[in-house]
Design a protein around this ligand. Sequence first.
Ligand code: SF4
Ligand code: F3S
Ligand code: FES
Length: 248
Amino acid sequence: MNPSARLLALHVFRHNPRDTASSPRLVIYQLEETPGMTLFIALSRIRETLDPGLNFDFVCRAGVCGSCAMLINGRPGLACRTLTAELPNQINLFPLPGFELIADLSVNTGKWMRGMSERLQAWLHLREEADVDAVEARMEPELAESIYELDRCIECGCCIAGCGSAQMRTDFVGAVGMIKLARFRLDPRDARNAADFFDLIGDDSGVFGCMSLLACQDVCPKQLPLQSQIAYLRRSMARQALNGLPPA
Ligand code: SF4
Ligand code: F3S
Ligand code: FES
């Protein structure tokens, strides 16, 4: 025991909805803070030394897979990228709201993301039959850079958990859905036109359901330009809806 080390109190939500004997509760774990400790390290230490039954998700431990997202003192974030040194002694951990609870801090973001992707057809619709022998057409570096920027989404679910619209409307595709379509709309290889994109997100489950609450951009761990992309999509689709004009 290091006498100068902080003693952390992690108040962790526990519940397994598949266990009829389980009921939602908070369990308090006390843990000595060590230098460079992340929440992922703290939770792993709890699981190794105090409670092997604690459920939480992780894969990469490097902010790449998006699986360790949770509510950290009320704010969505990645456990593996959050230093305990940035937090007070009492740390409250809850599963991300808006997703099916698997158990404790583990939620099924994969099921939600898959449903959203299928609904929005969030994949490249090639203009012509792909010819594997053909050299891919050159793309301007600035355009490739813009597409790459939007491709950095790790589907962590933080933008859904932080969004009031997403919490009120289960069919709202959220910032993650809108940014995916913005990405394909930019891509010159995608065969879909403005009307096709309008059909996919030109309603209250898409751009017109967004109330500009801005939390999505605040909590996105990849600092994606969600606001500017959503604003662009909304302007463009409002123009189409109101005036029958082609989107800008
Ligand atoms: Fe996570 Fe950001 Fe992608 Fe939302 S847009 S899922 S917050 S990386
Ligand atoms: Fe939600 Fe972001 Fe819009 S928080 S309401 S998607 S600006
Ligand atoms: Fe992959 Fe945290 S474990 S993002």
